[in-house]
Design a protein around this ligand. Structure first.
Ligand SMILES: NC(=O)c1ccc[n+]([C@@H]2O[C@H](COP(=O)([O-])OP(=O)(O)OC[C@H]3O[C@@H](n4cnc5c(N)ncnc54)[C@H](O)[C@@H]3O)[C@@H](O)[C@H]2O)c1
Length: 476
């Protein structure tokens, strides 16, 4: 599709390892998936993490988080003998020709900026052991300017000095689709400072490039910006339709019909135009905040000031969901039993980082409701972070005797539930559909009072096409 741009002459390069040995530093959601996938593609891979429990689990063939398809690929990679795990950075430095750094970049406490402690620490420690030519590739999402700073740091601390180069290869995988996105990405982006780094990265992604994956070769700052720009765009689209939901609530209009009508405009499209409780997770919220903070540092904060509003619209959806539940019980949540369906930030994941679902459950409890949470995969993570909430072992157990049911994460199991069967279990047939994922007509026909954000009290059911349904589950 796109034409690969090679900004450097390719003659007289230092030797390029044609089948490079790879390391993956940080084996969380991103790193474990990358390590496994690269081994499946035929590379020898060493994964390194500072968390011994994570290393032990992966060595034993257990993926320490929920990601469809990854356990099978891990088994395949381990059986091939090409994938190992360790906690030794020195071993990594000795083994690897290309090192992928995949450690976390969470939001700083008390600030919107990214916490670069882990990235800085990983680059510094790895580089301090590298005694030969190697490429250190950042995959973590970082504020623009970080890669250039790390390149200088690496040259300074590595025994091999300027023979160790830094490149950036931002990652766009979506949890729930991580294996597919890693093996067959929409595009690859290489941020490089030399023709050697580009050639070495091409060798490290040969099978992916051979299947025609578009490649953009860029400078370091552009490659860092691609990731935050993409996430800012997606977050803006979600908050745009949720802003329309606020207008709909004030006017009696129906945001689902509005979104459906907009989605037929091919210039707009329906993807990421789903109204509801909004985005969360370990990427979108912290990435747009960090982008805004970094733009302020650079003196161009005004350019992305709208991202603060995108964030605010998104967070307002949580309180509005609580308000809708309260409206169904005449404004008084005290002592009311609420069944909260979902805790993960989206379906097909057990990730509860900045999860709107868990936040709403917490807010309902703070308002006096007796909240019982059920999520097909995220129960252990949720209970660790929010031990004060009640947890039920199944969907049916969660809804028993409920005064209100609130759908917070659109797992297929919740979409497939029969309104008659659920109705037989609850105390009162009232439901808030926080994700616009249920068939309003079916619920009303079964005697439920059905409410959804941005929709009138008695909305029509909006036909959701298969593509749109798919998209509901892919968000960020
Ligand atoms: N999760 C996603 O879907 C996704 C997608 C694209 C980009 N990203 C970006 O990738 C990065 C990692 O995200 P994640 O979700 O995998 O985080 P994560 O918290 O699941 O994993 C990070 C891992 O790094 C390890 N670690 C920390 N310091 C280390 C060190 N010095 N040496 C070795 N290991 C170390 C941690 O123990 C942890 O296992 C972030 O910058 C994130 O924004 C994530």
């Amino acid at each position: 599709m796109s034409v690969p741009v090679t900004p450097f002459p390719t003659r007289d390069l230092p030797p390029v390892a044609q089948q490079p040995r790879l390391t993956v530093i940080g084996t969380g959601y991103l790193g474990a998936t990358h390590a496994v996938s690269m081994a499946v593609l035929g590379y020898e891979v060493l994964g390194v993490d500072v968390d011994p429990a994570k290393v032990d689990a992966l060595v034993a063939g257990r993926v320490p988080f929920h990601e469809p398809g990854l356990p099978e690929k891990l088994a395949e990679a381990l059986a091939s003998g090409r994938l190992r795990f360790s906690s030794s950075m020195q071993e990594a430095a000795e083994f690897g020709d290309v090192h992928f750094v995949c450690v976390g970049t969470p939001q700083q406490r008390g600030s919107n900026a990214a916490d670069l402690t882990y990235v800085d620490g990983a680059f510094r420690e790895l580089a301090s052991h590298i005694t030969r030519r190697a490429l250190v590739v950042g995959k973590s999402t970082v504020p623009v300017g970080t890669a250039a700073r790390l390149a200088a740091l690496v040259r300074e601390v590595a025994p091999a000095g300027a023979d160790v180069e830094v490149a950036w290869n931002p990652e766009f995988l979506r949890e729930g689709y991580a294996v597919q996105d890693t093996l067959h990405p929409d595009r690859l982006v290489f941020g490089v400072e030399s023709p050697w780094a580009e050639a070495q990265l091409r060798a490290a992604f040969r099978p992916v490039l051979d299947e025609g994956t578009p490649l953009v070769v860029a400078d370091l700052p552009t490659s860092e910006l691609v990731k935050v720009a993409a996430n800012s765009f997606l977050a803006t689209k979600i908050s745009f339709i949720n802003a329309m939901a606020e207008i709909c609530e004030a006017t009696g209009a129906d945001v689902s019909l509005l979104a459906s009508a907009l989605s037929h405009d091919t210039r707009i499209g329906g993807r990421f135009l789903k109204p509801g409780l909004g985005f969360g997770g370990g990427c979108l919220p912290k990435d747009i905040r960090a982008f805004s903070a970094r733009a302020d540092e650079l003196g161009v904060g005004q350019a992305v000031r709208f991202l603060d509003e995108v964030d605010a619209i998104n967070l307002r959806r949580r309180q509005r969901t609580v308000d809708l539940v309260a409206e169904l019980v005449d404004g008084d949540l005290a002592g009311k039993k609420v069944a909260a369906l979902g805790a993960a930030f989206k379906p097909n994941s057990d990730d509860i980082r900045d999860a709107p679902a868990l936040d709403v459950a917490r807010m309902l409890r703070d308002a006096g409701a007796i909240v019982t949470v059920y999520d097909p995969e995220a129960m252990a993570n949720a209970a660790r972070v929010r031990p004060e909430l009640r947890y039920a072992p199944s969907l049916t157990a969660a809804v028993v005797d409920a005064d209100v049911v609130v759908l917070l994460t659109e797992w297929q199991q919740f979409r497939d539930a029969d309104p008659e069967d659920l109705g037989a279990l609850v105390h009162t047939r009232r439901i808030v559909d926080g994700r616009h994922a249920l068939d309003a007509d079916r619920y009303r026909a079964a005697g439920w009072e059905y409410r959804a954000l941005g929709r009138p009290v008695a909305p029509r059911t909006v036909e959701i096409s298969v593509d749109e349904q798919d998209e509901l589950q892919r968000s960020a």
